[in-house]
Design a binder for this molecule. Structure first.
Ligand SMILES: [Zn+2]
Ligand SMILES: [Zn+2]
Length: 266
């Protein structure tokens, strides 16, 4: 099975730790054929993008790794672009300056630059938070530049972690259908983020029911990523993620070069 881990954070992310070389060695050790390094470029309403990520050093390091691991591991230059709508001008400046292989469009902050993981869900209507989250994903999809939408059920991870509650995704089926229609119309895709498997929620983001719905809506572009922030997480759950895609009816995973998707048989 061709294995591609398309969501990995290096030490350049504010919450990352690992050297690129160590990540590449671990990926090879785990039998991964291809990785995309996708550090956080979170967009804030009041901060220049340069203050979030040292892009010049990061992308130079990736270029060096591409040469060092040539013929052994395919390394893609990516980013996890968080809520570009928080400051469209900053997001545009970043996008114009760097040419990348792959962009995950994510939402971490629904509003006021506050990450969902900081929410006190006891004081909130969890369904309402998730409805808003999907609306932000929809706005990102229609108006911004990316390749796949990241971790579609991100708030559910924290709702479960903090309140031991599971949101009933059936309530959101119509909203998902609408979102997927827009994603597909724009020629974009979604990711299966496997990090939830190693966390209390113990499920992929999104889970099988939503991956099946995406397929039913005509979705074809889909990547699998561990969202590893530490070396031990690299590639551990990728095979499971790809197997889940198979279960949902997909025969291919998607990989990207210079923002162009191509497909590898699962
Ligand atoms: Zn993320
Ligand atoms: Zn991430």
């Amino acid at each position: 099975m061709y294995l591609a881990d398309y969501h990995i954070h290096t030490k350049y992310s504010f919450d990352g730790y690992e050297q690129i070389e160590d990540i590449c060695n671990m990926a090879m050790k785990r039998g991964i054929n291809e990785i995309a390094l996708t550090d956080h470029m979170d967009i804030f309403s009041d901060k220049p993008y340069e203050s979030i990520l040292d892009c010049d050093s990061l992308y130079q390091d990736i270029e060096r790794a591409k040469i060092e691991f040539d013929g052994k591991l395919i390394i893609r230059k990516g980013v996890e672009l968080g809520q570009p709508q928080a400051n469209p001008a900053e997001s545009r400046k970043f996008m114009e300056k760097y040419s990348l292989d792959f962009i995950i469009g994510s939402i971490h902050n629904i509003k006021d630059d506050i990450d969902v993981y900081e929410y006190d869900f006891k004081q909130l209507d969890c369904n309402e938070v998730y409805r808003e989250y999907l609306m932000c994903l929809s706005e990102l999809t229609v108006n911004y530049n990316f390749d796949v939408l990241g971790h579609l059920t991100y708030p559910l991870r924290y709702i479960y972690q903090k309140e031991h509650k599971r949101v009933d995704l059936k309530l959101f089926e119509a909203q998902f259908r609408e979102l997927f229609k827009k994603v597909i119309e724009r020629g974009k895709g979604i990711e299966v983020n496997t990090s939830g498997l190693l966390q209390p929620m113990n499920e992929m983001m999104p889970p099988l029911s939503i991956i099946k719905l995406y397929k039913e809506c005509g979705g074809e572009i889909i990547t699998v990523g561990s969202d590893a922030h530490k070396i031990g997480q690299i590639g551990t759950t990728i095979k499971q993620g790809q197997e889940l895609l198979k279960e949902a009816g997909f025969q291919y995973i998607t990989i990207f070069e210079n923002r162009k998707p191509s497909f590898k048989k699962i």
